[in-house]
Write a protein that binds this ligand. Structure first.
Ligand SMILES: N[C@@H](CCC(=O)N[C@@H](CS)C(=O)NCC(=O)O)C(=O)O
Length: 220
């Protein structure tokens, strides 16, 4: 059965590929699965129909028959477990890839999200400027640790996996700040992810949804 995912009809990232439906689209593309997209507004995700699928009123969601999931990590794991391509058949390699998925969302993503909170929600506070270097340094700490682990390797643990997919997408969110560029091996790692045909298809699909939603000229 073809799954249906949700994505913003007008993504706040203006089609830059940062919204979390992209990681789900990417996983579906890597595993060669067709999918449908239900484009939703910010208002719609706070309403009862969407809250029945995601109680936190967020995208992405994933519906497949009578299965309804939320949380991009859980959705990715479900896709990777159902279809070959993102998790090794070797139980240990598989467990390590899942560990990297958790590391991406649980350890690397939080400080990156904190920077967005600092920029977009707290910037008018009297203490905002003072806090900013601390926020950025917390990201640097994680990037430095990840950079040191990755070294010259192509992917985090052998072949490309669901762990790399999640990590690359999480790291993409740190690029606009310039912090990713401070770690050339991580920049190159992200670029390798972006160069994958499946990523390109996922990115293009998300961007098309954004561009289609804009009045002519508005996306420039
Ligand atoms: N931990 C969740 C986070 C989901 C999330 O924050 N989604 C954003 C879009 S990328 C959203 O829906 N934001 C709207 C809101 O939180 O009101 C996941 O990984 O799926």
């Amino acid at each position: 059965m073809t799954p249906t995912i949700t994505a913003f009809e007008r993504s706040p990232d203006r089609g830059m590929g940062l919204s979390r439906d992209v990681r789900v689209r990417w996983a579906l593309e890597e595993t060669g699965q067709p999918y449908d997209v239900r484009l939703v507004s910010f208002a719609a995700i706070k309403q009862r129909t969407h809250l029945a699928v995601n109680p936190f009123g967020q995208i992405p969601t994933y519906e497949e028959g009578d299965l309804a999931l939320f949380e991009s990590g859980s959705i990715l794991l479900h896709i990777a477990e159902q279809h070959p391509g993102l998790l090794s058949a070797d139980p240990h390699a598989r467990a390590r890839a899942i560990t990297w998925m958790f590391a991406a969302v649980g350890t690397v993503e939080p400080p990156i999200l904190d920077l967005q909170t600092a920029k977009f929600i707290e910037s008018d506070k009297s203490w905002a400027d003072e806090r900013m270097p601390l926020v950025k340094d917390r990201i640097r700490d994680r990037l430095r640790q990840l950079s040191s682990h990755l070294g010259d390797a192509e992917w985090l643990d052998g072949a490309f996996s669901a762990g790399d997919l999640m990590m690359v997408h999480v790291l993409l969110r740190s690029r606009p700040s310039g912090l990713l560029d401070e770690f050339p091996n991580l920049s190159a790692y992200v670029a390798r992810g972006e160069a994958r045909p499946a990523y390109k298809r996922a990115f293009a699909a998300q961007r098309a949804a954004f561009t289609d939603a804009q009045p002519p000229g508005a996306a420039n």
